[in-house]
Design a protein around this ligand. Structure first.
Ligand code: SF4
Length: 250
């Protein structure tokens, strides 16, 4: 059973290691690539379930090998599914990695990650939120079952109050105006581990976006002193300074 693994391609732009705990995701993002990658229909993907046996497999893996670089939770799902509050699978995985794995980065759209701030802060791990847009109408259209972006920003504020380093994924960018709004709304956050900005792919709607202009907005924002990382597909639309090219955590 696959536990901690080394992702390839665009997924690897986030972290050298990843761990997927759930199969499927209930957040219902219309732009999600995961069903395509996993060869699942969107309906099947929405019917989320814990990966049976993943905790025992993780324990076995860690007896043999400890990843020295960042492990991202997760690439093919969100580690904070609504059922997490009952099954506590992500919590259990964090407890297994507690004191063993030097750096875990949790990326989520769900605010229930707050329940795990204790163990994340204790280990000096990182919490990130995906913010593809800010307006509620956009979020309700494109991410219908996830908490609203404003709630995710409040979750990041709380994480920073707990002394947890944060990061933000603005991927995929859904419109130029929404990107500008997101960047304005997160100005007060430290986001020490960076703001990753990525292009919308595999969708005809994405062709209506002026990606050169999106890239310029991102580059200009970096002048405010925030750590911005431009993902490869977006970087193709202009000259990106080396310090803004994607880099791993930790
Ligand atoms: S939260 Fe992530 S994994 Fe879940 S549906 Fe949205 S994009 Fe896909």
């Amino acid at each position: 059973m696959q536990t901690i693994y080394e992702p390839k391609g665009a997924a690897r732009e986030y972290a050298p290691f990843a761990l997927n705990l759930y199969r499927g995701c209930a957040h219902g993002c219309t732009y999600c690539y995961a069903p395509l990658c996993l060869h699942m229909t969107r309906n099947n993907f929405a019917d989320v379930s814990p990966r049976i046996g993943i905790i025992d497999a993780l324990k076995t893996y860690l007896k043999k090998s400890i990843p020295k670089e960042t492990v991202l939770l997760s690439f093919t799902s969100d580690p904070y599914q609504p059922i997490e509050q009952e099954v506590r699978l992500t919590r259990e995985a964090l407890e297994v990695m507690n004191g063993l794995v030097p750096h875990v980065a949790v990326l989520t759209k769900n605010i229930i990650v707050r329940d795990d701030f204790d163990i994340i802060a204790h280990n000096g791990w990182t919490v990130g939120a995906t913010l593809t847009c800010y307006s509620p109408e956009y979020s309700e259209q494109y991410e219908p079952h996830a908490p609203l972006p404003a709630e995710r920003i409040r979750m990041l504020e709380d994480a920073e109050k707990h002394g947890i380093d944060t990061f933000i994924s603005v991927e995929p960018v859904l419109s130029e105006a929404e990107l500008e709004l997101v960047l304005q709304k997160i100005k007060h956050l430290k986001v020490k581990n960076g703001i990753r900005i990525g292009k919308w792919n595999h969708c005809s709607e994405a062709n209506k976006i002026n990606w050169k202009s999106v890239l310029n907005t991102a580059i200009n924002y970096a002048n405010s002193g925030k750590p911005i990382y431009i993902k490869d597909e977006l970087a193709k639309f202009g000259n990106v300074p080396n310090n803004l090219r994607n880099k791993f955590f930790g």
